[in-house]
Design a protein around this ligand. Structure first.
Ligand SMILES: C=C1C[C@]23C[C@@]1(O)CC[C@H]2[C@@]12CCC[C@@](C)(C(=O)O1)[C@H]2[C@@H]3C(=O)O
Ligand SMILES: O=C(O)CCC(=O)C(=O)O
Ligand SMILES: [Fe+2]
Length: 373
């Protein structure tokens, strides 16, 4: 990985080693979130469900366009990724998280590291701890897997490699469908036509395994605090336990909406960079994970971004006198650095002031005005 990108992926230096959450019979004070810290509260009784789109449906493009410009999130079925590939990857996550704590800590993310085991990296922005543990992979997990599974690491590495390949294909397909629904083609993005195999022109990705153990007091705990992803698009596989919630902005139906797991289905989140690319037309969705009293939950996020040398800025076709350019150009590297420093203020920190004022005046339902923590 080029060193500049590697720098931007590095976690916050304040990394506290996670406790073994399984062993706790009561929720320690350090894990008790108060209501003003975005603690889970009941869902509004009546709300529209997050759209589920069948990619083999002739209306899929239109439905994607609607989901992208209203929700910033949808689920896909008939997406072409074999169920066995999802199952094998879930098995990697389950095998990893069920290891004893001292084994998992052999793969701990170092304080200035990118890949490895640890607390949610956004933890440093919150006064309370999250009821979860994670394992991040940027590039091959071989070194970590070899350390923890000296006899089985190849099987686990193969499952990750296969997952990575399938997800990269699906992420590209979805991105072109999303942009296509806005009338954007490859010709409108000069970087997208580059077929070179160089590491600086290939799309970049991270795979994040999340584990949310059963929790003795789920109503006071938080699995993963509200955030947006920095990506172009994130594809999330969740095990058969619910926990993902997305923030539906606007009007009487505003509130947190649960995204129920669908067997074989995948959740697609719009990330901050696609929000920028679409000149704010597609909102990057604020989401969080809540926890369960009796059930463990696993989720696997495929965080898809642009090649490291590409500057992402609003597509010119979406800029005009009535739609001023909302954001300045940023590379993913630069944006990850901004996110690591400013977290939920990262998007507004790359917003162009005059355009933002005009837009905010017309649209005060923008998810990214949400304050968390
Ligand atoms: C590429 C990346 C995106 C990410 C930071 C990271 O370097 C690797 C983990 C990613 C993740 C997953 C959980 C939520 C999130 C906000 C976080 O803290 O780590 C995202 C980061 C992101 O999208 O900004
Ligand atoms: O566990 C979930 O459902 C959400 C995970 C997530 O948002 C992430 O890994 O970025
Ligand atoms: Fe996320």
């Amino acid at each position: 990985m080029p060193s500049k990108l590697a720098d931007a992926f590095r976690s916050h230096p304040v990394d506290i080693q996670p406790k073994n959450l399984h062993d706790l019979k009561e929720l320690p004070d350090s894990y008790q979130w108060s209501a003003d810290q975005d603690r889970p509260e009941p869902e509004p009784a009546h709300h529209e469900p997050v759209p589920v789109i069948d990619l083999s449906d002739p209306n899929a493009l239109e439905e994607i366009g609607h989901a992208c410009t209203t929700w910033g999130v949808f689920q896909v079925v008939n997406h072409g990724v074999p169920a066995a590939v999802l199952d094998r990857m879930e098995d990697v996550a389950k095998s990893f998280f069920s290891l004893p704590a001292h084994q998992k800590l052999k793969a701990a993310r170092s304080p200035d590291g990118i890949s490895g085991y640890g607390l949610a990296r956004i933890s440093s922005f919150f006064p309370k701890l999250m009821w979860s543990e994670g394992f991040t992979m940027v590039g091959s997990p071989l070194e970590h897997f070899h350390t923890i599974w000296p006899h089985h690491y190849t099987r686990f590495c193969d499952s990750v490699e296969e997952y990575d390949k399938q997800m990269q294909n699906l992420a590209q397909t979805l991105m072109w469908l999303m942009l296509g629904s806005l009338g954007i083609t490859k010709e409108d993005l000069n970087w997208a036509n580059n077929n070179s195999n160089s590491t600086t022109t290939n799309p970049r990705a991270a795979i994040q395994l999340n584990h949310y153990p059963a929790c003795p007091d789920p109503d006071r705990a938080m699995g993963l605090a509200p955030h947006t992803d920095s990506t172009l698009v994130t594809i999330l596989h969740q095990s058969n336990t619910s926990g993902l919630q997305v923030l539906r902005a606007g009007g009487g139906t505003a509130g947190w909406v649960t995204v129920p797991p669908i067997r074989g289905g995948l959740v697609v989140h719009i990330g901050d960079l696609l929000h920028i690319l679409s000149n704010g037309l597609c909102p990057s969705v604020v989401h969080r994970a809540v926890v369960n009293r009796d059930r463990n939950r696993i989720s696997i996020a495929y965080l898809h971004g642009p090649p490291s040398n590409v500057r992402i800025s609003p597509v010119q076709k979406l800029v005009g006198p009535s739609q001023p350019q909302m954001y300045r150009a940023v590379t993913w590297t630069e944006y990850l650095g901004t996110k690591a420093k400013h977290f939920d203020k990262a998007l507004s920190s790359v917003r162009l002031c005059a355009a933002a004022e005009a837009k905010d005046h017309n649209n005060n339902n923008n998810n990214n005005g949400v304050q968390v923590g």
